[in-house]
Design a protein around this ligand. Structure first.
Ligand code: IMP
Ligand code: MG
Length: 182
């Protein structure tokens, strides 16, 4: 039987570490967003697992909504960003916290922020589980909350995919290059 774990070169963040990242970021966010009119904007699909965990570690009132953008197609290099599904609510005057799976080239977040800023929220901040600074193209994009800074490796699991696979792994692993090079 094909075990997805065999496709990993190594585990980059195990379940224990992910749990503690969510706990720590959740505590920080809860402190910073006390008394604010907060809405979490979760960027599908990659961020949905992280978002569900961090959401439950936020102890102050906050709304949540989802938007979906696509930037990768089925490859491992950044492509054009496309809006697949927009938010269902008006965010004007609200304190928006974008929750992302990974900040890589920064093009997706640059696109998302431009889109949301035009709607006049009171503030916009970024929370990303992973930050891969080596390949940054949108230099002005910086995350306010970062779970873990990682090297320039293609990672999967905990919501992140390669060709729609591996999102259901409970940890984050580095995919063996031969998987995406074949
Ligand atoms: P960016 O626009 O290059 O910053 O890429 C952001 C999006 O690309 C993320 O939200 C992911 O969906 C995807 N992505 C970037 N790096 C990886 C990776 O190592 N594994 C899986 N998806 C990735
Ligand atoms: Mg994403």
């Amino acid at each position: 039987m094909a075990d997805m774990k065999n496709d990993m070169a190594y585990i980059l963040a195990d379940e224990e570490e992910l749990k503690s990242i969510c706990k720590n970021l959740g505590a920080q966010i809860s402190k910073d967003y006390e008394g604010k009119n907060t809405i979490i904007v979760s960027v599908l699909k990659g961020a949905f697992v992280f978002c569900a965990d961090i959401f439950r570690n936020i102890t102050v009132p906050c709304a949540i909504d989802f938007m979906s953008i696509s930037s990768y197609g089925s490859g491992t290099t950044p492509g054009a960003v496309r809006l697949i599904k927009d938010l269902g609510v008006d965010i004007s005057g609200m304190d928006v916290l974008i929750v992302e799976d990974i900040l890589d080239s920064g093009n997706s977040l640059s696109y998302t922020i431009d889109l949301l800023k035009a709607r006049k929220p009171a503030s916009i901040k970024i929370c990303t589980l992973l930050d891969k600074p080596d390949r940054r193209q949108a230099k002005h994009i910086q995350a306010d909350y970062v779970g873990k800074v990682i090297p320039d490796e293609f990672v999967v699991g905990y919501g992140l995919d390669y060709d729609e696979k591996y999102r259901n792994l409970p940890y984050i692993g580095v995919l063996k290059p031969e998987i995406y090079k074949k």
